[in-house]
Design a protein around this ligand. Sequence first.
Ligand code: MN
Length: 228
Amino acid sequence: MNKKLSIIIVLALMIGLSVQGKGLKTINNTNDKKNTTMKFELPKLPYETNALEPVIGKQTVELHYGKHYQTYLTNLNNLVPGTKFENADLETIVKESDGAIFNNAGQALNHYIYFLSFSPKGGGEPSGKLGDAIKAQFGSFDKFKEDFEKASIGVFGAGWAWLSKDKDGKLHITQESNAGTPLTKGYTPLLGFDVWEHSYYLDYQNRRADHVKELWKIIDWKAVEARF
Ligand code: MN
């Protein structure tokens, strides 16, 4: 083979690989609308799996993030091809789907927000505009916590408690069953407490209320404020 031809072949291969690379681009960031070929993947956790102890144990993080959350993504990646959602982002899928696709997309979105709301250095109170809005609407941060705990503890069976904001910036605390999310009400989810038993049973067994009260210690309010 002459030198020119081999250079052309190498170049063609490189172009081919780079195009293929773009096609495999993955996304789980709901704000990223540039990617058209969707393959949803776990986000990298900004903490070690044991970093949230003793509030959430290492084994719980490993199973919840590595198995439960991963399963929702795997299911979603298997369900979407061949449907109208093939090129849709996660938010669109959640808003417009139902049945199995909704259940897995809803959980993919919910767990993305959930796992990126924690920090071993978390806790304290929100500041800035979100802190002001919470105080203005609930009277105090403690009253907001009380209402949010009540909503979390009161979910019957598997589900979520959510803090979200509507288009006017008004805050809402809602209870959602199963894969429910305030996104389908037109609200922007800010903070979600997962009260499916898989989120707390290894650490707290049946004591959901104890788990919920402990969660405040690891909330990364900077991450929550960024969604407001
Ligand atoms: Mn969960």
